[in-house]
Design a protein around this ligand. Structure first.
Ligand code: NAP
Length: 334
């Protein structure tokens, strides 16, 4: 791989795409050249990498000639249609959509957990689901120490997880309510302002949503833990940025709050924020725009044997998407 790769961002104008540009810049990724791709709607729009203005181009199957790494963030159907063309042109694809995640030939990577899997790629590497990635940042170090059997979890997911239009929807609805106007809905099936929706992604015949099952399915693949089980309820909350997850985890080996705290305090990419007596615990408002996830509210689970409860929060546009993708690109050029 070229040490100063020509990088393309597919979906550069979206919520994740914009964060990808910022993350490449902030981490001083050695970009040789940056190509920004989006739909025909965005052609001609200008975005900045450092002081350099770059004009957005329309994504086509011919967009990938000469590109070394393509960070895809434009949805599953775009990845399905265009990622094979990118690979054919000799480019390595890091894909943010769910389309390739469970494909056996595609590594699904959180660099702090299974960074070595990057080397197994055959042209495409998948970025995990954002709620799963943030949860695993705390769960995986605990698993290494105590062997996790199963978890029960509820997520509190920010609207930016749905993309740029959902951020506008929350802003608009808050304005409409404050002004005493009728609330209009475009993105979610119900009003999101001053509400919570127990509905993220589409429903499966089991009653779980696709999003809820990603924790078990993607968790097994990332942790290399085939018997891991997860029962999850995913909830959308009127928070702009950063997801939080309340987790009850059951382990094979005895666990204590003290031993868990020690493990979590040393975990990469994670900060322990756990002083409830001082009202200090992870909050989405304060973890937003930070690279590290945060974990706190550690306590023994009173309803499980060898069970530990914790609360983990992280910026899903970063660790759940842009940062994780750039970290994978960093692995590629090592
Ligand atoms: P978004 O804000 O809606 O942005 C979508 C991007 O895709 C825009 O740049 C859009 O370009 C582009 N796009 C749409 N249709 C296109 C087409 N036909 N051809 C080329 N480009 C097209 O969505 P997002 O939140 O950034 O999410 C993007 C992807 O990342 C999704 O697969 C999502 O599941 C995944 N993801 C998102 C998050 C998150 O926290 N938001 C986390 C993890 C993974 P235009 O501006 O020209 O329409």
């Amino acid at each position: 791989m070229n040490r100063n790769p020509h990088v393309a961002i597919v979906g550069a104008t979206g919520a994740v795409g914009i964060e990808m540009i910022k993350t490449l810049e902030k981490r001083n990724f050695p970009v040789g050249k940056l190509t920004l791709l989006a739909s025909a709607r965005s052609v001609g729009k200008k975005l900045k990498l450092k002081e350099q203005e770059i004009t957005v181009q329309e994504l086509t199957k011919d967009s990938f000639k000469g590109i070394d790494i393509a960070l895809f963030s434009a949805g599953g159907s775009i990845s399905k249609e265009f990622a094979p063309a990118a690979v054919k042109a000799g480019c390595v694809v890091v894909d943010n959509s769910s389309y390739f995640r469970m494909d056996d030939t595609v590594p699904l990577v959180v660099p702090e957990i299974n960074g070595a899997d990057v080397k197994k790629h055959k042209g495409i590497i998948a970025n995990p689901n954002c709620t799963t990635a943030i949860t695993l940042m705390a769960l995986y170090p605990l698993h290494q120490a105590f062997n996790v059997k199963r978890i029960f979890a509820s997520s509190y997911q920010a609207v930016s997880g749905t993309g740029a239009k959902a951020i506008e929807e929350l802003e608009r609805q808050v304005g409409q309510i404050v002004a005493g106007k009728t609330v209009t809905k475009e993105v979610y099936p119900h009003q999101i302002a001053f509400n919570v929706l127990p509905h993220v992604d589409s429903f499966l015949p089991t009653g779980y949503t696709k999003e809820e099952m990603k924790m078990e399915n993607e968790g097994r693949k990332i942790m290399h833990h085939a018997s891991f089980r997860a029962s999850v309820t995913c909830v959308r909350v009127p928070v702009y940025r950063a997801h939080s997850i309340a987790v009850s985890a059951e382990f094979e080996k005895p666990v204590s709050v003290e031993s868990a705290r020690l493990v979590l305090s040393k975990a990469p990419g994670l900060d322990l924020v756990d002083a409830p007596e001082k009202a200090e615990y992870p909050l989405p408002l304060y973890v937003a725009e930070k690279y590290n996830c945060q974990v706190g509210r550690l306590r023994m689970d009173c309803a499980l044997d060898n069970g530990l409860c914790f609360w983990v929060a992280g910026d899903q546009l970063l660790k759940g998407a842009a940062l994780n993708a750039v970290q994978i690109a960093e692995e590629l050029i090592k």
